[in-house]
Design a protein around this ligand. Structure first.
Ligand code: GUN
Ligand code: FE
Length: 462
C-alpha cells in the first residue's frame, strides 16, 4: 500500500540513462547520475557521473545535504534507466476479454464482447478483483501512467481510482457515458443519471487525491454514436465546472463518423461536435483518429487535444491505420495506447512494435515512406508523446530536474540471446542496440524496478 507511504529519503542512480529529448533526439548517457528528492522530484541529472565518490561529493557540495547519505543504486552494464511509459488509452473493465473476440469488426466486437462484459461491472466486487490486477500488471509492464476508460458504473469507476492510488500508479480515471447506440444491456442510464454518476466519480477522485498527486478525474463520452446532443452538452458543462480531463473515441471507422454526424445534426466534422460541446482542451484524449478530415487535424492542433494511437487495436478490429506522421507534422500531440481489450496486449513496448509495423504497412499502402516511424520516434511516442497527451509534459516523460521520477530499471541480460555481449557487435554504440533489443525482444522480466513519483511500486525484483 503506497497511498499513505510518501517517498522517503534521497536516492541516487548511477549508470546508463536513456530518454527522449525531442521527437528526433534520443539521448543515451552511458555514465550518468540521477538524484531524486524525498518528494519524488528529480533534483539533478549529471551527464558524467564519474566515480561514486565524485557523485557524492558533488551532491553534497552543490545540492541539498540529504544526498550525502542517499540510497545509491549503481546499474550494471546490462541495465539502464528508462522513463516510465504512458498508456494513453486502456479500458479496464474489458480486461477479462484480452485476446478474445478478435473475429469481429468494431461493431460486432462491441455488441458481442465489450458491452456484455462492461455491463457486468454493476458487480462492484468484480471490479475490485479485476482492477487490482489491471493496475498491478500494467505497472509490471512499465506503464507508470495510464489513462483508463471505465464502465458506466460510478461505484466500479471509483474502485478503479482507488486501486490505482493504492498501487501508486499515475492514472486518469472516469466513468464511461452511454445512453444510446449500444445493443446489449449496457446503456440503461438516462441523461441525468449519466451526468450525476459522472460528477459523483469526479468528486470521489478529488476526495481521495485532493492535490492530484497521482489520480485525476476524467469526463468520458464513449463517442459520438453513444452520447446524444443533450448528454454531450451536459458533459461539456461538467468538464468546465470541475476542470477535468476528457477521454473519448474519435474517427475510428467510417461508420463511427457517419453515425456521429447523424445523431449530432449541424456538424459535418466529428471534432467540431466535440469542440462545440466544450470537450476539446489540452487535457482531452481522443482515441484512434484514423479517418480524419483536414479540418479535424487543424482543430486538434488548435485546441491542443491529444491523440491516443492504438496500433494493436486498430489492426485487430481492422479499423485502419492512423496517419501519425500527418498529425505530428501538423503539431498535434500523439501518444501510444494499448486500447485493451480491442488491443490484446497491455504493454506499451508492444505498442511501440505495433506502431512500427502499422507505420510500415501504411507507408506501403500510401506509397510514401514518410509514414514510417523510426526508433527514436517510437520511444518519444511511448514516453514524452504520451506525457504531452495527458498534459503532463512538464511533470513526467523524461529525466529532467524538476520533473517527477517515474522510471524503469531495465535489464537486458539474457533477453533472447543468452550472451548479451554479442550485441556489442551489432554496430550501434553507446547502448542504442541494447535499447532496441529491449523494445523489440524484451518482456516483463526485463523490467526490474518500477518507480512512480520516486516510490518503488513494482517490477520483477520488487
Ligand atoms: N468504440 C466504442 N467503444 C469502444 C471501445 O471500447 N474500444 C474501441 N476501440 N472502440 C470503441
Ligand atoms: Fe477504446
Amino acid at each position: 500500500d503506497h497511498s499513505a507511504a510518501q517517498p522517503t529519503g534521497f536516492k541516487i542512480f548511477v549508470g546508463r540513462v536513456v530518454h527522449s529529448k525531442s521527437l528526433t533526439h534520443l539521448e543515451i548517457l552511458p555514465d550518468a547520475a540521477v538524484g531524486v528528492k524525498p518528494d519524488g522530484t528529480i533534483a539533478f541529472v549529471d551527464a558524467q557521473a564519474g566515480t561514486l565518490d565524485d557523485v557524492r561529493a558533488r551532491c553534497v557540495a552543490a545540492r541539498e545535504a540529504g544526498f550525502h547519505n542517499a540510497a545509491t543504486t549503481v546499474l550494471k552494464r546490462s541495465q539502464f534507466l528508462f522513463p516510465g511509459m504512458v498508456d494513453t488509452h486502456l479500458h479496464a473493465p474489458q480486461w477479462p476479454n484480452l485476446a478474445l473476440g478478435m473475429e469481429g469488426n468494431l461493431r460486432e466486437w462491441v455488441e458481442n464482447w465489450t458491452d456484455p462484459m462492461e455491463a457486468s461491472y454493476s458487480d462492484t466486487a468484480k471490479a475490485r478483483r479485476v482492477y487490482a490486477d489491471v493496475v498491478k500488471t500494467t505497472l509490471a509492464l512499465g506503464s507508470t501512467t495510464v489513462a483508463y476508460n471505465s464502465s458506466i458504473h460510478a461505484d466500479a469507476t471509483n474502485v478503479l481510482a482507488d486501486a490505482a492510488l493504492k498501487a501508486g500508479q499515475r492514472a486518469i480515471v472516469g466513468k464511461l457515458c452511454i445512453t444510446t447506440g449500444s445493443t446489449r444491456g449496457n446503456w440503461e442510464e438516462g441523461t441525468e443519471a449519466s451526468l450525476a454518476a459522472s460528477e459523483k466519480s469526479v468528486k470521489h477522485i478529488r476526495t481521495i487525491d485532493p492535490r492530484g498527486r497521482l489520480v485525476h478525474p476524467c469526463i468520458q463520452p464513449r463517442g459520438g454514436p453513444y452520447c446524444p446532443p443533450d448528454l454531450m452538452k451536459g458533459l461539456g458543462k461538467l468538464r468546465a465546472q470541475h476542470d477535468t480531463y476528457v477521454q473519448a473515441h474519435m474517427c475510428e471507422t467510417p461508420s463511427d463518423i457517419s453515425r456521429t454526424l447523424e445523431i449530432h445534426p449541424g456538424f459535418d466534422c466529428y471534432s467540431d461536435m466535440y469542440k462545440a460541446n466544450g470537450l476539446l482542451t489540452s487535457r482531452s484524449i481522443l482515441a484512434h483518429c484514423i479517418h480524419l478530415q483536414p479540418k479535424d487535424i487543424a482543430t486538434l492542433a488548435a485546441t491542443r487535444a491529444g491523440v491516443a494511437h492504438n496500433p494493436n487495436s486498430n489492426t485487430c478490429l481492422r479499423d485502419g491505420e492512423c496517419r501519425v506522421r500527418d498529425l505530428l507534422d501538423a503539431g498535434v500531440k500523439v501518444g501510444l495506447g494499448t486500447d485493451c481489450s480491442a488491443g490484446y496486449m497491455p504493454s506499451i513496448t508492444d505498442a511501440m512494435r505495433q506502431a512500427s509495423n502499422v507505420s510500415r504497412h501504411l507507408a506501403l499502402h500510401a506509397g510514401d515512406e514518410r509514414y514510417i516511424l523510426g526508433f527514436t520516434e517510437l520511444v518519444y511516442l511511448a514516453t514524452m508523446g504520451g506525457a504531452a497527451v495527458v498534459d503532463m509534459q512538464d511533470r513526467i516523460g523524461s529525466f529532467e530536474a524538476g520533473k517527477k521520477f517515474d522510471a524503469l530499471v531495465v535489464d537486458v541480460e539474457g533477453v533472447i540471446s543468452a550472451d548479451a555481449s554479442l550485441w556489442a557487435e551489432g554496430g550501434e554504440g553507446d547502448g542504442l542496440a541494447m535499447v532496441k533489443k529491449w523494445v523489440f525482444l524484451g518482456d516483463d522480466r526485463t523490467i526490474r524496478k518500477v518507480y512512480v513519483d520516486g516510490t518503488l511500486v513494482g517490477g520483477h525484483d520488487a
